[in-house]
Design a protein around this ligand. Structure first.
Ligand SMILES: NC(=O)c1ccc[n+]([C@@H]2O[C@H](COP(=O)([O-])OP(=O)(O)OC[C@H]3O[C@@H](n4cnc5c(N)ncnc54)[C@H](O)[C@@H]3O)[C@@H](O)[C@H]2O)c1
Length: 277
């Protein structure tokens, strides 16, 4: 565990999306606490039945306020409560995603469009809902920072990622659209495009292990794990990055700049019965 640099001393925020200890949001919460922040944890009410958010709440000394990211009234009530108890928040972490067709193994050419809309709503429009609810309740502090988690499937086709590529493209567009509008108050908003990581959401994608292994061997630094993702997110929530906004920032061990590596050539050659030289 890295030592604290006090990067978030005195800051208060909301972290959406910690389900269990593998969740990116769980690791982000731990890192935020280490750096001196206080925060409210939130997840969908349905996760009370199968998640372990209460354990994280106890571990970090944080209250939990459940809200469904598809429901404006629940999000507005959350921001209203947080504001009345602590004042406007300095940061928001959006770590929410669900691919309904992906989970049900529906191929991209044969999507159930009700499920598709649900995927876009949960995984992307929820960022818009959250920021809009925060603005409506006057619960976002000037100079604050908002971070959402994305994936390179927004820019490139990863066949098994399917509809989630569309969701991440929309998410990153919302980051830009809000970045313009929040800038006049010094509020920043960025997405972090993370390596494949073994979490509940990650594991819901068929072929995840192959995507993980492919990225692992292609990335010069290997796949970025959840703890390093959390450390990177902390920097974006801190004042050290106060002039960074509207960006999609790759946190992927260099994967996004690679084409092919010697190791990939060798593996392909072996598979095809050639010598690779
Ligand atoms: N795991 C990966 O490989 C990977 C890679 C890049 C980006 N991401 C992104 O990171 C984010 C976090 O995912 P994770 O991998 O930590 O998995 P996770 O399953 O731990 O987190 C996803 C969270 O979304 C929450 N959620 C789903 N529907 C919701 C709703 N209606 N209202 C509120 N919350 C809801 C879930 O309860 C869960 O806590 C997601 O946006 C995901 O797409 C994940």
């Amino acid at each position: 565990m890295p030592t604290s640099h006090g990067l978030l001393d005195g800051k208060h925020g909301i972290i959406f999306g910690a389900l269990d200890e593998r969740s990116l949001a769980w690791k982000i919460a731990d890192a935020c606490r280490r750096e001196g922040a206080t925060f409210v944890l939130s997840n969908a009410p349905v996760t009370k039945r199968f998640g372990s958010l209460e354990a994280l709440a106890e571990q970090t000394g944080s209250p939990v306020i459940y809200a469904d990211a598809q429901k404006d009234d629940e999000l507005e009530a959350l921001f209203d409560q947080v504001k009345s108890e602590h004042g406007p928040v300095d940061f928001v972490v959006h770590s929410i995603g669900m691919g309904v067709n992906v989970r049900k193994d529906k191929p991209y050419e044969d999507l159930n469009h009700d499920w598709y809309l649900k995927t876009l709503d949960i995984s992307a429009a929820s960022l818009h809902r959250i920021v809009q609810a925060g603005l409506k309740q006057e619960a976002l502090a000037d100079g604050g920072s908002i971070v959402a988690l994305s994936y390179i499937g927004a820019q490139r086709v990863f066949s098994k990622y399917s509809e989630m590529g569309d969701a991440k493209a929309l998410l990153e567009s919302i980051v830009r659209s809000f970045g313009y509008r929040l800038g006049k108050r010094g509020i920043r908003i960025n997405s972090v495009s993370q390596s494949p990581t073994r979490t509940t959401a990650g594991g819901g994608i068929s072929g995840f292990d192959a995507m993980f292994d492919f990225a692992e061997q292609l990335s010069p630094l290997g796949n970025a794990d959840a703890d390093s993702c959390a450390d990177y997110v902390v920097t974006l929530l801190s004042d050290l990055t106060r002039m960074v906004t509207m960006q999609n920032l790759f946190h992927d061990g260099g994967f996004s700049s690679m084409g092919i590596s010697d190791r990939t050539v060798e593996l392909l050659a072996e598979a095809m019965g050639e010598d690779g030289s």
